[in-house]
Design a protein around this ligand. Structure first.
Ligand SMILES: [Zn+2]
Length: 55
């Protein structure tokens, strides 16, 4: 089912692409997370991709 509302689509893409990646184990974490949910490592990098990349 395609999403027709452009605003909702933008929010959905944001939620999918903006996250944090743990340096230690590579797990994906919430953007608001301060520690990795898997190994409790506080060192995480941002995974920020530009929106609008679509094939
Ligand atoms: Zn981790």
């Amino acid at each position: 089912m395609p999403i027709t509302d452009p605003e909702k689509k933008r929010i959905a893409q944001q939620a999918r692409l903006v996250m944090k990646i743990c340096f230690s184990c590579g797990a994906r974490n919430d953007i608001n997370a301060t520690r990795c949910r898997k190994c409790r490592n506080p060192f995480m990098r941002l995974k920020n991709r530009n929106l609008g990349i679509k094939k």
